[in-house]
Design a protein around this ligand. Structure first.
Ligand code: NAG
Ligand code: NAG
Ligand code: NAG
Ligand code: NAG
Ligand code: NAG
Ligand code: NAG
Ligand code: NAG
Ligand code: NAG
Ligand code: NAG
Length: 370
């Protein structure tokens, strides 16, 4: 309106002014109907809760939903964030949340929500982050129709729930922006997804520990060129560590504790960015290679409860960032004096007892004055 001075406004014929008014009115009613939908979607979510943790005090019909507890809107009054972690919520997660077309962040962590995770949320065309960890959600993740266009989801944390079933392979095909999947502490079965990174080039975090996954560590992980964390401990994995895994040099945290994995550590020195190496509770054999000295960033080394043997390599002295070395329940032998522990200033825990007796160990290693 500011653009039209009074005189120029007068020059327009009546039908044109009428058209402008009609456009303005329809624009306004479109806006109000879409904000109506935002509000009613939130109220539908509320209706799905059997315990709302006092949310109704804030979420009142006659108030502005953009001011409701846990809700953030953008300039267009579209809901962008629903952040309701630790609110004592019970009941189910309404699929109506999927009608919030501007929703970016959904955090319902640490409640007591049950039922399934609506597919409409996982396959939303707007949501970037979903965190529903620490609830009592059940069921599985559904396959998505292959025609589904790429989805923007970057972070999916469904850990510490009661999910079962296999990982749908189609999820990987449409989640091209996925960066982090945390599905630890559930009851997922089947195999580790074989090719998570072919379609999601930014994939960096795969946390699947404490499930019931079986099968091998897939070779396809070698296509994960920015994978930083692979955590699949406390599952039922078996077979050899594939050589391809040693090519994922971006890896910083590799945790495979308590499976049935076999092999040796001869390729490990290629993983030069490792900070955590946890292969405890498996069936690894062989010695710790001298090349372990190449892992300059290593802080946590857990090789306990395997069938490893031989002497500790002198080169271990070169891993100067080590904080923990846990080697118990193996068949290591020889003198500990080969390793210059004085050069490991951060070392806090050195757990070694199994074949070596404590007395023998203490003779060889006198900790640096601290
Ligand atoms: C909102 O979501 C529900 C549940 O998914 C669906 O049945 C309904 O058609 C949607 N309403 C609108 C207006 O999109
Ligand atoms: C969700 O909220 C909890 C509690 O505030 C927080 O610890 C967690 O990091 C949040 N999740 C994400 C993905 O930001
Ligand atoms: C869930 O996982 C995401 C990404 O891995 C993380 O940012 C978030 O903090 C986790 N949530 C909780 C409650 O720990
Ligand atoms: C996965 O989620 C759990 C919460 O259930 C959290 O403690 C853990 O830090 C998360 N792991 C990663 C790698 O984000
Ligand atoms: C890596 O991805 C390419 C396709 O992008 C595929 O041809 C190749 O087989 C994959 N490698 C593995 C080990 O799966
Ligand atoms: C573990 O995997 C083996 C095959 O590798 C299978 O025979 C066994 O049933 C699995 N156990 C569980 C508890 O899934
Ligand atoms: C690892 O990478 C090197 C060079 O990038 C390549 O020559 C080799 O074939 C790869 N090995 C495996 C097992 O993928
Ligand atoms: C441990 O390794 C030795 C060879 O170093 C082998 O003879 C033995 O059978 C292995 N034990 C187990 C339980 O795998
Ligand atoms: C430790 O590192 C230094 C410098 O990188 C190297 O010269 C030396 O050979 C390494 N020592 C061992 C035992 O690998």
């Amino acid at each position: 309106m500011q653009l039209l001075s009074r005189s120029s406004w007068n020059r327009f014929p009546i039908p044109f002014v009428g058209l402008v008014i009609v456009l303005l009115v329809s624009l306004a009613s479109h806006t109000s109907s879409s904000t109506e939908q935002e509000k009613s979607s939130l109220l539908q979510f509320l209706a799905g809760l059997s315990r709302d943790g006092g949310l109704t005090v804030s979420w009142r019909h006659n108030t502005d939903y953009c001011t409701w507890k846990g809700i953030t809107c953008n300039q267009d009054r579209k809901v962008t964030d629903v952040l309701l972690a630790s609110q004592g919520l019970e009941g189910f997660i309404s699929p109506f949340l999927g009608n919030l077309t501007g929703l970016l962040h959904l955090n319902l962590s640490r409640n007591s929500l049950s039922g399934g995770l609506p597919l409409k949320l996982v396959s939303s065309s707007s949501i970037l982050v979903i965190d529903v960890s620490f609830n009592r959600l059940t069921g599985g993740l559904s396959e998505l129709p292959s025609s589904t266009p790429p989805r923007p989801l970057q972070v999916l944390n469904i850990s510490s729930n009661l999910f079962t079933g296999r990982f749908p392979s189609t999820i990987w095909e449409v989640m091209k922006s996925l960066v982090s999947l945390n599905a630890s502490t559930n009851s997922f079965t089947g195999q580790i997804p074989t090719t998570p990174c072919v379609s999601a080039p930014s994939f960096a975090v795969l946390e699947l520990s404490f499930n019931q996954l079986s099968g091998n560590i897939p070779q396809g992980l070698s296509n994960c060129s920015v994978l930083k964390l692979l955590s699949v401990g406390y599952n039922n994995l078996s077979g050899y560590l594939p050589d391809e895994l040693f090519n994922v040099s971006s890896l910083e945290h590799l945790s495979l504790h308590s499976n049935w994995l076999e092999g040796d550590l001869n390729g490990i020195s290629k993983l030069i960015n490792l900070v955590t190496l946890d292969l405890g509770g498996n069936e690894f054999i062989g010695n710790i290679p001298e090349s372990i000295g190449d892992l300059k960033k290593l802080q946590e080394l857990h090789l306990d409860h395997n069938n490893m043997s031989g002497e500790l390599p002198t080169a271990l002295s070169n891993c100067t960032n080590l904080v923990t070395i846990d080697l118990k329940s193996n068949h290591f032998s020889g003198k500990l004096t080969k390793v210059n522990f004085i050069s490991l200033p951060n070392l806090k825990k050195l757990i070694f007892f199994s074949t070596t007796s404590p007395a023998q160990f203490q003779k060889a290693y006198t900790p640096a004055a601290s």
